[in-house]
Design a protein around this ligand. Structure first.
Ligand SMILES: Cc1cc2nc3c(=O)[nH]c(=O)nc-3n(C[C@H](O)[C@H](O)[C@H](O)COP(=O)(O)OP(=O)(O)OC[C@H]3O[C@@H](n4cnc5c(N)ncnc54)[C@H](O)[C@@H]3O)c2cc1C
Length: 405
């Protein structure tokens, strides 16, 4: 049954973190939403695991941040280290403590953030959250947008004033808009392994977020509330099946920590990384957000965070549109959303993630040494360190976006 009787509402396709956060903010403004997702329930896939301070600030007014902090791991210091020698550069977010109430990253699963938002929305009369509902196509005109959907009960048509495309990296809405997703795919592939093994009890001075070089490659170790996640690289000429073979994973984990017995593995999967972006986020009454608009290397943990920042800004602009008596103001405000958020995705997210990725996948020992020395210089100088942390914690992108008119 529809919670909203009339058709004055905003449609959202995609119940990932971006769609759910946009819905959270819109209903808080008093705007009814219908959010659809083709999955039968909120996703249980871990995916992102790092939350940066600005995202914590943005989610705080809705009680989400407090819930995250109940079990999430606060990480005031993260590091880049040479695994063989133990030499490391430690970045301490105390250098930006004057800037934020949350001077730390939080390690917490994306799936749990989504579950918190979903549960809160289910209790809100203005939110109509429909799983098992697949977007098929849209029509838009000067009065609004309609989407054709498939449900277990058959096809349906839903109307609204605006449509947020938060339908992920393979966005069918982007495809129907005929937009190209410009960019490239990295040649390196990664195996993600989760294990209950307490790496921090075995590796000296390890942070809960550690990006590591080892002799032949690189890996990262990220702690989550009940497990650790290791990102392992594998050679280009190795098949994904061979990379996922238990023997290979055990061997790689033993390079990280030679415990002399098999590691318990909860989950393992291969993924490929892309960096892509659309030319423009606003298309009439439709606005793209999150992975539907831009994707990047996970190095630095900025993809979901950037999407949450899109949702935060887009919901704000949709509220201004909602309150305005000028019927066509949406044209200006959705255009402004695109002009503000797209360059930040390009310059601050995709580019920075690419630099992080290149730095860590560098195999030349002299170049690694040079990077380490440069980073040591930054971390030991409070002024440089603050500038570095404002950028890597994503405050700088938000500052730059706010200057764009
Ligand atoms: C291994 C890995 C690690 C990562 N680590 C980090 C990290 O530490 N920090 C970080 O910030 N980011 C990280 N990311 C990126 C992050 O996961 C994504 O940026 C984030 O999921 C984007 O959210 P979204 O809501 O835009 O899209 P998604 O989460 O992909 O959600 C899109 C939703 O749209 C739905 N959908 C798609 N098509 C249709 C349709 N036709 N009809 C209805 N629904 C549809 C899907 O079912 C899905 O639920 C990581 C990603 C990966 C793969």
């Amino acid at each position: 049954m529809l919670k909203q009787a009339n058709e004055k509402r905003i449609l959202i396709v995609g119940g990932g973190p971006v769609g759910l956060f946009a819905a959270t903010r819109l209903v808080d403004f008093g705007i009814p939403v219908i959010l659809i997702d083709k999955a039968s329930q909120v996703s249980t896939d871990i995916r992102a695991s790092t939350i940066h301070p600005p995202s914590l600030e943005m989610m705080a007014p809705y009680g989400i941040t407090d819930e995250i902090l109940e079990t999430g791991i606060k990480v005031p210091q993260w590091q880049i280290r040479n695994h063989a020698t133990g030499e490391r550069v430690v970045f301490d977010l105390k250098h930006i403590a004057d800037k934020t109430k949350y001077p730390y990253r939080v390690q917490f699963e994306q799936s749990k953030i989504c579950a918190i938002m979903d549960r809160r929305l289910q209790d809100n009369q203005l939110a109509d959250i429909r799983y098992g509902t697949e977007f098929v196509s849209f029509d838009q005109n000067s009065a609004g947008v309609s989407i054709n959907v498939n449900t277990a009960a058959g096809p349906d048509k839903i109307h609204g004033q605006f449509l947020i495309a938060a339908d992920g990296g393979a966005s069918p809405i982007r495809e129907q808009l005929g937009l190209t997703f410009e960019g490239s795919t990295y040649s390196e592939r990664t195996v993600l392994v989760t294990t209950p093994f307490p790496f921090h009890e075995h590796i000296d001075g390890l942070s809960s977020v550690s990006y590591c070089w080892e002799k032949k490659g690189n890996f990262s170790l990220l702690q989550l509330p009940d497990q650790w996640r290791a990102s392992l690289c594998f050679p280009e000429n190795m098949s994904p099946d061979a990379a996922l073979a238990d023997e290979h994973i055990q061997k790689q984990l033993h390079v990280i920590c030679p415990i002399g017995e098999p590691f318990e593995i909860y989950d393992k999967r291969v993924y490929r990384v892309h960096q892509r972006i659309v030319s423009k986020y606003d298309h009439g009454r439709i606005a793209l957000a999150g992975d539907a608009a831009h994707i990047n290397s996970p190095s630095g943990g900025m993809g979901m965070n950037g999407g949450l920042h899109d949702a935060h800004d887009l919901a704000e602009k949709l509220n201004q549109i909602w309150l305005s008596e000028d019927e066509y103001i949406y044209f200006d405000l959705l255009g402004l959303y695109s002009r503000q958020r797209k360059p930040i995705a390009e310059e601050q997210i995709i580019k920075q993630a690419d630099e992080n990725c290149k730095r860590m996948t560098e195999k030349n020992h002299e170049k690694r040494r040079k990077s380490l020395d440069e980073l040591l210089d930054i971390s030991s100088d409070p002024v440089k360190c603050r500038a570095f942390l404002l950028k890597s914690s994503m405050f700088e992108g938000l500052r730059q976006a706010s200057l764009i008119e």
